[in-house]
Structure formats: C-alpha cells, structure tokens
Design a protein around this ligand. Structure first.
Ligand SMILES: [Zn+2]
Length: 139
C-alpha cells in the first residue's frame, strides 16, 4: 500500500519551502519535486511539440473551429516545447500548515518550480504563497 494516493515516482524528492501570508510568521512547507535531466527534458519537449502539432492536424477537419484551433496549436507547439525544455524541476505537490489559520493540509500544485506559487488555504480560504528555494534546488 502506498503512502500517498497519487502515483509516486522514484525520482521525486522532497524540498523544504515555506508558506507565507503577510502579517503572519512563515510556516514550513514540504514540496514534492521531480528533477528532469537533459535527455528527459528533450523528450518532454519533443512529445509536447508532437502533441500540439498532431492536434493541429486533427483540428483541420473541424468545421469553423479550425480557423482558430489550427493556428493556435501550431504556435502553441514550440512555446510549450520550449517551456518543457527549460523546466529543470517540476513541483508535484506540497504540504504544510497555513500561516494564517494553522490548518495542516496538502496543496495540489503542479508545474515548474518557481520562487513563489499562489495557493489557497482550504480551511480559511486565504490566498497564501508557497515559497521554494529555487536557486539552491537547481544546483
Ligand atoms: Zn488558512
């Protein structure tokens, strides 16, 4: 039985971060991150480009919608591929206590590792910031 309900990856690691809310002391947070090496980043970029351009080809057959979808997907392909190529570390999730109300919870965050990611507390609804040590995490 797995410890978490989500699929776990052997190459995931935990990173110490902080949850911040103005006027309150920072609360520690644990981020689950996945590192990508150069071949993996290239593979993800190629797959993103192939997916976007493949969908663009399929969108040619959609009446009226193809006027918007085809050019959008053709442009989105290189944009998404470039972002995948540059993404060295992906956040898969985070957990910690809300600095404002103190409720312990896990946050469904995903995407590239950033210095600050906005999240919302499930208990009090406040918009709090998830801060990650980006410069030390990518060394
Ligand atoms: Zn809260």
């Amino acid at each position: 039985m797995r410890a978490t309900p989500q699929q776990t990856d052997a190459r995931e690691r935990e990173l110490a971060g902080a949850l911040t809310y103005h006027g309150h002391p920072d609360a520690p947070a644990a981020l689950r991150v996945r590192d990508w090496d150069a071949p993996e980043r290239t593979s993800r970029a190629v797959r993103a480009l192939a997916t976007c351009w493949g969908l663009a080809v399929l969108a040619v057959f959609l009446p009226v919608l193809h006027f918007v979808l085809v050019p959008s997907l053709l442009v989105a392909g290189p944009v998404v591929a470039l972002s995948r190529l540059r993404e060295r570390c992906t956040v898969r999730g985070a957990s910690g206590t809300c600095p404002a109300c103190g409720a312990a919870q896990s946050f469904a965050v995903s995407g590239a590792l950033r210095e600050s990611t906005p999240v919302r507390c499930d208990a009090c609804g406040r918009a709090i910031s998830l801060r990650a040590p980006v410069t030390t995490a990518l060394e």
